[in-house]
Design a protein around this ligand. Structure first.
Ligand code: C2E
Ligand code: CA
Ligand code: CA
Length: 561
């Protein structure tokens, strides 16, 4: 309660008005009927209403009805209790601007016994906006406006903590080939692509689902109901694979999805996310552009792979557990050996001889293929060169190696160091790797070919190449995949496919090697179909070089005589 006790100073309304006008924040005085008795300049400015229009008037017709109700209830409270009241409230000024204010009101009892209230306003609009913005930032991804990891955690905790739980599914999505787009077309285009994908993801999400960007090219769609998971996954894969028009070009990527469905037992949020991660890993290693549902066996597989990885790291210390076997490739017309393909083996102390199909994928996923591949190249040349037979050595190169900066230089240095002719080295790259290769990777291969190194397309027929994109990459040879060779003479289609592949090779003017030739019948048919080279168990199994050397020497003699 305030007692005015300054006689002589505020003896005129004018001097009182001058005094309150000097206060730099909005101040006003109201009576019990909510009429304005005094309004300072700051208040009139703040309301955007002339002082004369307010004095003697109340709030009605000046402010929205809901605001008036709130203001008046606080006025009444102050008059009835005599206590100061502080209230945060909205205010819409004359121009329609929305403000957020804190109004403090207290009672003034005048000498005559009249009661008034005096109010002071603090404008907190900017503060509240900044707070809201910070809150938004804390729970959203800046680039896409999607929810972020924190929101995902919060939502999952809420769902899983609900006494009547629903059964959500976590779809962990990773874009395939995003890195290439980013590297080749730049970060701005990469950002554009992320935004465009986010838009598509949001369009697929239902009202109760949550679309999240975890960071980079990783997204989550939290499905409130796991019921339609498979259908939604298919839609996401489709959305990711539909070309994006970004940075003035059309870009095609894909996605891999790992799915974990909550089952009541798998309990915590972290467990659910871990399972989605394990499933994603599986989807990727199955060749991307697909989704995988978590199953408990995946955990076991992962455990074994992790062990294998740790042991491989150790074995790469001196490479003594690795060895190379060589398999001849012969001409189909006269059987002359034209090349030997180096195939790596791992003599594992506990598991025995481990097949490359088991450990190469692990080496690729972990990047260990890079040091291993370097050793294979070095070792293959080291073994084959002293034979002095002038036959080629074919070495398999993984997509991961090709992606390494400086790969071409590394290959050229290796052959230069061993003084091995470039024309006798053939790098085998799978058709799928070439199909997915970036521009710079294609340039790497072209650079090597310019130096005389040969390039063969491995496992041909299993990928998606078309004649037109094959023409873009000049290769020296295509190797028709074993699966087709296996079926010729048995499945009518197979003959037609092999014939078409051989024809394709002829059109491109390159050699065609058939892989996995096991029977005389196959050899005969392949020769008829025009295949120029053959490789397979019928001719020779992959063996250590010392074991096939006599045969290679015979060949050389035969050639010489
Ligand atoms: P690939 O490059 O297609 O190698 C040919 C595979 O077919 C070899 O299996 C070989 O043993 C097998 N093979 C050859 N002839 C026949 C046949 O008549 N019948 C049957 N059933 N199989 C035959 P391997 O050595 O187990 O290698 C499997 C795959 O592992 C290779 O397929 C290649 O993709 C990868 N790999 C092997 N060595 C290396 C390497 O040094 N580096 C890289 N990056 N990958 C390698
Ligand atoms: Ca090969
Ligand atoms: Ca092959």
């Amino acid at each position: 309660m305030v007692h005015l006790a300054l006689p002589g100073i505020f003896d005129s309304v004018a001097s009182l008005q001058a005094f309150v006008d000097a206060i730099p924040c909005p101040v006003f005085v109201k009576n019990r009927e909510h009429r304005y008795m005094l309004v300072n300049r700051a208040a009139a400015d703040f309301f955007g209403i002339k002082r004369d229009e307010l004095l003697g008037q109340d709030d009605r017709e000046r402010f929205p009805e809901s605001q008036v109700t709130e203001y008046w209830s606080k006025d009444d409270l102050v008059f009835s209790t005599g206590e100061t009241n502080e209230n945060e409230e909205d205010l819409t000024d004359r121009a329609g601007n929305e403000r957020r204010i804190i109004t403090r009101k207290s009672l003034i009892r005048l000498a005559a016994g009249d009661e008034l209230l005096v109010a002071v306003i603090t404008d907190v609009t900017e503060i509240r906006q900044a707070e809201a913005h910070n809150r938004y930032l804390a729970f959203h991804d800046q680039l896409t406006g999607l929810a972020n990891r924190a929101t995902l955690y919060k939502r999952l905790d809420e769902i899983l903590g609900d006494p009547q739980p629903t059964y959500p599914a976590v779809l962990l999505i990773d874009l395939d080939r995003f890195k290439e787009v980013n590297d080749c077309l730049g970060h701005l285009v990469g950002d554009e692509l992320i935004q465009a994908f986010a838009d598509r993801l949001v369009a697929l999400a239902g009202d109760k689902d949550l679309a999240v960007r975890l960071g980079g090219d990783e997204f989550v769609l939290l499905l409130a109901n796991a019921g339609d998971t498979e259908a939604v996954c298919a839609l996401i894969l489709d959305a990711a694979h539909t070309p994006f028009s970004v940075g003035g070009s059309s870009v095609t990527i894909g996605a891999s999805i790992g799915v974990a469905k909550s089952c009541g037992k798998c309990g915590t949020r972290n467990e659910l996310l871990r399972r989605a991660d394990v499933a994603l890993y599986r989807a990727k290693s199955l060749g991307r552009n697909r989704f995988a549902l978590f199953s408990p066996e995946m955990d076991e597989g992962r455990q074994i792979r992790m062990e294998l990885e740790a042991e491989m790291r150790q074995a790469l210390g001196d490479f003594s557990q690795f060895e190379l076997h060589f398999q001849p490739q012969v001409r189909s017309d006269n059987g002359d050996v034209v090349a030997v393909e180096a195939l790596v083996r791992w003599r594992h102390p506990r598991l025995g001889l481990v097949a490359p199909s088991r450990f190469i994928p692990v080496a690729e996923e972990t990047g260990l293929i890079v040091p291993l591949g370097a050793w294979i190249l070095e070792e293959a040349i080291r073994q084959v060169k002293p034979l002095g037979l002038g036959i080629r050595v074919a070495v398999n190169v993984s997509a991961v190696q090709l992606r390494q900066a400086g790969f071409a230089e590394h290959v050229l240095q290796t052959i230069a160091r061993q003084d091995f002719p470039a024309s006798l080295l053939e790098l085998e790259i799978t058709e799928t790797a070439v199909f997915h290769a970036s521009k710079s990777e294609i340039e790497t291969l072209e650079g090597l070919r310019l130096q005389g190194v040969r390039v063969a397309l491995d496992d041909f027929g299993t990928g998606y190449s078309t004649l037109s994109n094959l023409r873009q990459l000049a290769v020296d040879k295509i190797k028709i995949d074993r699966t087709f060779v296996k079926s010729i003479g048995q499945v009518a289609d197979a003959d037609a496919i092999v014939r078409a592949l051989v024809q394709l090779g002829n059109n491109l003017g390159v050699e065609t090697t058939a892989e996995g030739v096991e029977t005389e019948e196959q050899r005969r048919l392949l020769r008829e179909l025009g295949c120029t080279e053959l490789q397979g168990f019928l001719i020779a199994k992959p063996r250590p070089l010392a074991e096939i050397e006599p045969r290679l020497q015979d060949e050389a003699q035969k050639l010489a005589s």
